[in-house]
Design a binder for this molecule. Structure first.
Ligand SMILES: NC(=O)c1ccc[n+]([C@@H]2O[C@H](COP(=O)([O-])OP(=O)(O)OC[C@H]3O[C@@H](n4cnc5c(N)ncnc54)[C@H](O)[C@@H]3O)[C@@H](O)[C@H]2O)c1
Length: 257
């Protein structure tokens, strides 16, 4: 029996088979979890429904994380179908293409608000929605995905780096707030992986090459490696871990030059 048998989870951020969130959803389902997936807009609905067909008894719901009414509907639906929630995976992030290619000093007010709203505030809103459902289960595990661009400057990562800094700080504040309810909140800081979101960052291929050249493992990571680390944080194996940013990047973060 899998380590997540009898558990239920919500995974936000699946766009296609290359999404990190999809690898995590698959790994959780393989460990016996029943999973709810969301899709952002009709454009991605077919992708997510097709992928979910390979999971046992999935729930598939629309969700734009900037829309509070949709967030409320997702948790109502999960409550009535699952009767509670054991884990939440937050894999949503967005910044406008201009803000991922123009000089950072040109970041617009609207672009800043949008990036921070989708990529950082949404973790608070989703955690608030998950809270009563996790309380029904006596606790839970919340996991988000971040990148080293929160702390160091990478070309064109720009406002997304600022959003990831806010996201990592949000992880710590949520962990402190929800810890007494036995809800853990962590992030995985993944190395660069070619996904839909990554394609929006100008010059992303050159970042991949730097990791191949300089990371201690001399390679990039793939989504299954991020999913393995996610299983540690989402399951009992990680029961003592909260407020943590776990680096899954082949060790790149430790390099000086
Ligand atoms: N790919 C990488 O190199 C890398 C590295 C570190 C961290 N991350 C992070 O991993 C997470 C997943 O990204 P990915 O690389 O798998 O790319 P992806 O494009 O597959 O996933 C990003 C997801 O965000 C969703 N999203 C964007 N705006 C949304 C909104 N308003 N409402 C709901 N969903 C919305 C998209 O629909 C998509 O499913 C992101 O937080 C990303 O920043 C990615």
């Amino acid at each position: 029996m899998g380590v997540l048998a009898g558990k239920t989870g919500l995974v936000v951020g699946v766009a296609n088979k290359r999404s990190i969130a999809w690898a995590i959803a698959q790994a959780a389902a393989a460990e016996g979890a029943r999973v709810a997936l969301t899709y952002q807009g009709e454009r991605l609905e077919e992708n997510v429904r097709d992928l979910s067909a390979g999971l046992a008894d999935p729930l598939v719901l629309p969700l734009d994380v900037t829309d509070d009414a949709q967030i409320a509907r997702v948790f109502e639906e999960i409550d009535s179908t699952f009767g509670g929630l054991d884990f939440l995976v937050h894999g949503a992030a967005y910044a406008s293409r201009d803000d991922l290619s123009n000089p950072f000093v040109q970041t617009t007010r609207d672009g800043f608000k949008l990036a921070l709203d989708v990529s950082a505030y949404s973790l608070i809103a989703l955690s608030r929605g998950a809270l009563p459902l996790m309380e029904k289960r006596g606790g839970g595990s919340i996991l988000t995905l971040t990148y080293l661009g929160s702390d160091r400057v990478f070309p064109n990562y720009n406002v997304m780096g600022v959003a990831k800094a806010a996201l990592e700080s949000t992880v710590r504040y949520l962990a402190a707030d929800l810890g007494p309810k036995n809800i853990r909140v962590n992030a995985i800081s993944a190395g660069p992986i070619k996904t839909l979101a990554a394609a929006g960052i100008s010059g992303f291929s050159s970042i991949l090459q730097v990791y191949r050249d300089r990371a201690p493992l001399r390679r990039t990571v793939d989504t299954s490696e991020v999913a393995s680390a996610a299983m540690f944080l989402l399951t009992d194996a990680g029961r003592g871990v909260t407020a943590e940013v776990l680096m899954v990047d082949g060790g790149y973060h430790a390099t000086g030059m």
